[in-house]
Write a protein that binds this ligand. Sequence first.
Ligand code: CMP
Length: 138
Amino acid sequence: MEKTFAIIKPDAVERRITGKIISKIEESGFNIVAMKKIWLTKKEAEGFYAVHKGKPFFESLINYMSSGPCIAMVLEKENAIADWRKLMGATNPANAEAGTIRKEFAIDVEKNSVHGSDAVDTAKYEISYFFSNLEFCE
Ligand code: CMP
């Protein structure tokens, strides 16, 4: 079974819509095998988003991701990586399809409520950035 990494971002936690987002995740057939609430430091956010370093939105993204707590999760299901990206919708909610989380809840391209890994290697790296093996319920 494939695993992917997911974050419910600070804008969604602040607006108290984590329950609604988690319901959508469960209704879509994902098994949540690990989950925790965590408030990233700037350094931790920079490490997580290192691939975006140098991009015009990087500094603002780091400030936003360290502005409050988020919910980190490991989701499991067949085709979890692609299916979670489909359920999230496009990065920019203006381009997201109806029925996706970002279409329904995201504020803008930065405060887009959720994150998901984009490939198998990225999922492995992102899961290990947040979770140890002891934190999995399989
Ligand atoms: P995420 O899927 O977590 O990956 C990088 C994040 O950077 C993205 O979601 C947004 O929160 C943020 N971001 C801000 N501006 C942009 C942009 N123009 N393009 C892509 N990502 C952006």
